[in-house]
Design a protein around this ligand. Structure first.
Ligand code: TRP
Length: 453
């Protein structure tokens, strides 16, 4: 049998995993959630969820992946043969497929906006809200864009683990961080930055309720890419000397900083134009920001144009590295379970996601009347079942699997790279405490509260 691929370097491992984590979740979904859930309070709860639940779960996924060097389904099958645990792997593949489909829709919007920014449309159009609605509701262009972004991700995935995922992550992630730094600088120069800082940093504790808790937790899962098979699959390509806890810590720090920077880029702009409230929802970065770029353009044309291009490029790159991490688990599963070659397996995923993504995309226009549970469109429904239902369930199962099902020595052996790394004892004690008790109970409590009340 062909030897299974691994990443080639530690920096490649961190950047690939950070590429998965840093995505539209940070720059589009996070500011939206912060806006809808009361600002600073949400950020505090979010950080608690990230540290106490997200980081241990990310480490747990790395453990299962690196221990087995297999795709999610085979990983659970080999660690727990003949049990129902394999369902956890199947659920993971299923959600990755779903998320990739609806994620491509928003990624497609960013591609469209990047093109419009380059051609100067973004900085000169008269009504950004009308443009957004007109574009998202039309039938064809959004579908072309969905196919476009999926083909980009396809291109990376066909080139495999080192030649595709690692190579592009090592190039795209530093570029992305550079763009963020420039944009944050630009945003702080805006007149609304004081008000924005107050909104993001000064908590109003009366705003806490079950909904805010579930949203913060859902956002933490989504942003860190945990609770299903994506990081498990990346973990399965880690080399034996990769440090799992250290990698998880680095990825969590990068992801959280980028999310907060995302807020710092967007809210000063939002408060500066005053035409859209911070809780405007998904349209925030597609409706509000164009007005800001136009303001800048009116003053110094070159600056407005450059910022617009950089911003949408940033969104697109962030989206792309995350799409790759959703594309790979499904592809690896198909390759290893059905014996398809990499190009064929990748194509199956690309094509099915173009189809499902088109359904989601059309739910903003021609299919807007097709409603599910609670009146949700395809798009809302996909987002809801993945971020708010399947990911929490996946999180609980993952914590039980690694905290209780796997033998403790096996977990410690994996964390210490077969006892070659030394860690202070409190680190293990807290890891096991968090993964055994805090993570499953907190997720369960928040989840039940949301479903019942
Ligand atoms: N974390 C990504 C973001 O913030 C989205 C993402 C990529 C994801 N891979 C995932 C979410 C796996 C859940 C599971 O945009």
């Amino acid at each position: 049998m062909e030897k299974r691929a691994t990443f080639g370097s530690k920096i490649g491992i961190v950047l690939a995993a950070a590429g998965s984590a840093v995505g539209l979740g940070n720059i589009w979904r996070f500011p939206t959630e912060v806006g809808e859930n009361g600002g600073a309070v949400f950020i505090i709860i979010y950080i608690l969820c990230v540290v106490l639940i997200g980081m241990p779960l990310m480490t747990a996924e790395f453990i299962v992946g690196r221990k087995t060097h297999k795709n999610p389904v085979d990983a659970y099958r080999s660690l727990a043969p003949g049990t129902g645990w394999v369902m956890q792997g199947i659920l993971g593949i299923f959600v990755a497929w779903i998320i990739l489909s609806y994620y491509s829709v928003v990624a497609g919007w960013t591609l469209q906006y990047l093109i419009s920014a380059v051609t100067g449309k973004v900085t000169t159009m008269s009504d950004s809200a009308a443009y957004f609605t007109h574009f998202t509701q039309s039938a064809w262009m959004p579908l072309v864009m969905v196919a476009g972004v999926l083909l980009m991700s396809h291109w990376v995935i066909v080139h495999g683990v080192q030649g595709g995922i690692e190579r592009y992550s090592k190039f795209l992630m530093p570029l992305l961080l550079l763009i963020i730094a420039v944009l944050v600088g630009g945003s702080f120069a805006m007149p609304g930055s004081d008000e924005a800082l107050r909104f993001m940093l000064k908590p109003d504790f009366s705003k806490i309720n079950g909904d805010v808790l579930l949203s913060a937790m859902g956002q933490a899962f989504f942003s860190l890419s945990v609770g299903m098979g994506a990081l498990l699959t990346y973990g399965s390509y880690f080399t034996d000397d990769a440090k799992l806890m250290t990698t998880a810590r680095k990825v969590v720090v990068i992801d959280t900083l980028v999310a907060i920077m995302g807020g710092f880029i967007i809210f000063p702009a939002v408060f500066s134009v005053q035409t859209v409230a911070p809780d405007a929802g998904p349209g925030l970065v597609f409706i509000t920001l164009p007005s800001v770029f136009q303001m800048a353009f009116a003053n110094v044309p070159m600056v407005g144009w450059v910022f617009a291009v950089m911003f949408y490029l940033l969104l697109l790159l962030a989206a792309l590295t995350s799409m790759i991490s959703l594309h790979e688990p499904v592809t690896a599963f198909l390759i290893e379970r059905t014996g398809l070659s990499r190009p064929v397996a990748t194509t199956v995923v690309t094509v099915t996601c173009i189809l499902l993504g088109s359904l989601c995309s059309l739910s903003f226009g021609p299919l807007a009347d097709v409603r599910f549970l609670f009146g949700m469109t395809f798009f809302d429904f996909f987002d809801f079942i993945s971020a708010k239902i399947i990911m929490p369930i996946g999180g609980i199962l993952l914590s039980i699997f690694v905290g209780w099902y796997l033998p403790k020595d096996m977990v410690i052996k994996e964390l210490t790279n077969n006892h070659t790394l030394r860690f202070p004892r409190w680190l293990f004690v807290s890891f096991f405490f968090l993964i055994r008790w805090v993570a499953p109970l907190a997720i369960l409590a928040i989840f039940i509260d949301e479903l019942l009340f």
